[in-house]
Design a protein. Structure first.
Lengths: 380, 253
């Protein structure tokens, strides 16, 4: 109803790919914590990375709403796969907006996953509070020398190129950080071991250490000392992406629960005939639909150039919270089976948890919503 | 060489089909609709022939309600060069019978002059399995139905068909009509950039009246019923029970 013909077609196409290729692979990928190169190669060919990259730069040039639709469908198959799409979207958005023509030449390889990327912000002392970063890039002739370390970096164990936030002016606070494009195979880059996570286990996460890494003059992305602002400028879209991802996880849980309730028999009838189970299913469905509509509303605000900050935070916060709550309900519908490895809902519940944490914790989202309310008034 | 691919908009194969309360057919209003899967195989085969350099142009045609344009957009994204919608009705519930479809397609063939028509062997809505055959008859062309392999070269098509005893290979002189079986190929997924590019490809609308074909139904549907519910199985206690059931109830011994 909210989607136009093209967006519906994108949804249908993504869904048929996900049903055939992604969803059946999710259980093994989770168990083996494996980076699914073969799926990403295929997605690269189908144009499922870099959804909003304009046609003149080799992308499909879709809007944010279409991106949200793709993210939900991918996540319905497997959240780790969707999160890879979200990461590439973020990096390609930065390159499209701030990259020089020379830097933008890497876009086709980024979108085909020939070049794997990482977005390197978080440090031990700088999580939610980015201003605490200690990684530094110091001028050295034409280029820079990079020193410091990053943790919890998505793709760190496998990435070729890092987009690294580093301090370039110690005194200037948020106006003293810049983003550098760093070859992660270069001398002085060390990778920490792969972390073993609760969920989204096909996503490879780890630490990066930089020791006197020499950066050339073309390593700087965008303007000097504007790194924090560039990062903030893609936050809204990132939140829409993670909100959609959360909706996709919850949607997969709902589908599994409805299916199971209609087949599982106790006391001589399907458990779907018990009102207690029906209420679980109904609550799941209405929360998921509400979250989806918040996502669409936030995405449409971005596409129309409206102030989207509050809408994006509301979508991300609500979708993350209900993804956890409603996949817990899906486990409940499955009973003991839902607690067993190998049942989809057990994985979905684990995969959902991080959506309350990454891309800004849901506590931060609430702070943003409240700040916006108090600054701009309660009237929508 | 030009290839014509007819496609039908049918209820999506994932949809749970409901019989209309008056028994006249199945409910099609407010139901998710998609391209007939056999037609998707036909289109994929045509695209592969074009990729091999055998075909130069693929024209897709659909007959029915204006909403079939959505199906044709998908067809264009999958690789057809042009699409034609024959606007035959506004009633989503109306099924146009194979004979009328074959006559309309024959008119399109006259105008387009393709060397090959590749069609799905049947549509998954009513499983008639007749349009391709009727079209070949109407045109006086050769036909290769249930193709599980297709090779096209200099003026001829080699069609492999799955028959009861094994595989049969026919050599058809072109022009000809080929209908596709399930195992002919695995249709590709549409690439997202292709969806955007398909918007710029030509989609022509033709009014039924200009073709002069009568689509009045000649068949009458007497009733449509749901298949009987599957009975639960029973556990037997002895081999004797089993033999007695097989003899007296199943009648297979």
């Amino acid at each position: 109803m909210f989607l136009n013909e093209t967006q519906e077609e994108v949804r249908a196409t993504t869904r048929s790919f996900v049903n055939a290729v992604v969803r059946p692979a999710a259980e093994a990928l989770d168990r083996e914590e494996r980076f699914p190169t073969e799926i990403y190669d295929e997605m690269g060919k189908l144009g499922l990375f870099g959804i909003a990259v304009p046609e003149e730069l080799g992308g499909p040039g879709f809007d944010t709403l279409t991106y949200a639709v793709v993210m939900e469908e991918l996540s319905r198959g497997y959240a780790s796969v969707a999160d890879q799409c979200g990461l590439v979207e973020l990096i390609s958005t930065l390159l499209v907006r701030h990259g020089t023509p020379e830097q933008q030449k890497m876009l086709p390889d980024v979108m085909s996953m020939k070049r794997k990327v990482a977005y390197c912000i978080t440090e031990p002392e700088a999580g939610t509070d980015v201003s605490g970063i200690r990684t530094t890039a110091v001028r050295d002739g034409e280029g820079w020398v990079l020193n410091g370390g990053k943790i919890w970096i998505h793709n760190a164990p496998v990435a070729d190129t890092g987009f690294v936030l580093a301090r370039t002016d110690k005194e200037a606070g948020n106006r003293g950080m810049s983003i550098f494009i760093v070859d992660l195979h270069a001398k002085g880059v060390e990778r920490g071991p792969k972390e073993h996570k609760m969920g989204q286990r096909a996503s490879q996460v780890g630490a990066l250490d930089f020791q006197d890494v020499r950066l050339g003059p073309d390593a700087l992305l965008g303007d000097m000392n504007r790194g924090f602002h560039m990062m903030m400028s893609v936050l809204d879209k990132g939140r829409v992406g993670i909100a959609s991802l959360a909706v996709g996880i919850a949607q997969a849980g709902l589908e599994a629960a409805v299916d199971y309730a209609g087949t599982r028999k106790q006391f001589g009838k399907h458990i779907s005939e018990f009102q207690g189970v029906q209420w679980l299913l109904a609550d799941m469905a209405k929360d998921i639909e509400a979250a989806r509509l918040l996502v669409y509303s936030a995405a449409m605000k971005i596409d129309r150039g409206l102030d989207a900050t509050r809408a994006c935070s509301m979508a991300k916060c609500f979708a993350g919270d209900i993804a956890v709550a409603r996949t817990a309900d899906a486990v409940q519908v499955f009973g003991g089976s839902g607690y067993i490895r190998g049942f989809e809902v057990e994985r979905l519940y684990r995969d959902a948890k991080i959506t309350q944490i990454y891309e800004g914790t849901n506590q931060i989202q609430r702070m943003i919503i409240a700040r916006e309310l108090l600054r701009k008034g309660a009237t929508a | 060489m030009k290839i014509l691919v007819p496609v039908k908009r049918v209820f999506d194969y994932n949809v749970r089909v409901r019989v209309r309360s008056d028994g006249s057919g199945v409910e099609l209003a407010n139901v998710k609709m998609s391209m007939n899967p056999f037609d998707e195989i036909a289109l994929e085969e045509a695209v592969r022939l074009k990729e091999k350099g055998v075909a130069t142009e693929i024209v897709a045609v659909s007959i029915g309600v204006p909403q079939a344009k959505d199906t044709l957009r998908t067809v264009l994204a999958m690789g057809a060069d042009r699409a034609i919608l024959v606007h035959a009705t506004d009633d989503v519930q109306q099924d146009i019978e194979p004979l009328a479809v074959a006559k309309i397609l024959a008119k399109i063939v006259e105008a387009e002059n393709p060397q090959l028509v590749i069609a799905g062997k049947q549509a998954i809505d009513n499983d008639m399995n007749a349009t391709g055959q009727m079209l070949a008859a109407a045109l006086g062309w050769g036909q290769g139905t249930y193709a599980s392999a297709l090779e096209v070269s200099e003026g001829a098509a080699l069609v492999t068909r799955e028959i009861d005893g094994g595989l049969q290979t026919l050599r058809l002189k072109l022009p000809a009509v080929v209908t596709t079986d399930l195992r002919l190929n695995q249709p590709r997924y549409v690439a997202l950039p292709a969806i955007m590019k398909a918007k710029k490809k030509p989609l022509e609308e033709v009014a039924l009246a200009t073709l002069g074909v009568d689509i009045q139904p000649r068949l009458t549907v007497l009733s449509t019923v749901e298949p009987p519910k599957r009975q639960a199985g029973v556990k037997l206690h002895s081999v004797d029970d089993l033999i007695s059931k097989l003899k007296n109830e199943a009648g297979v011994l």
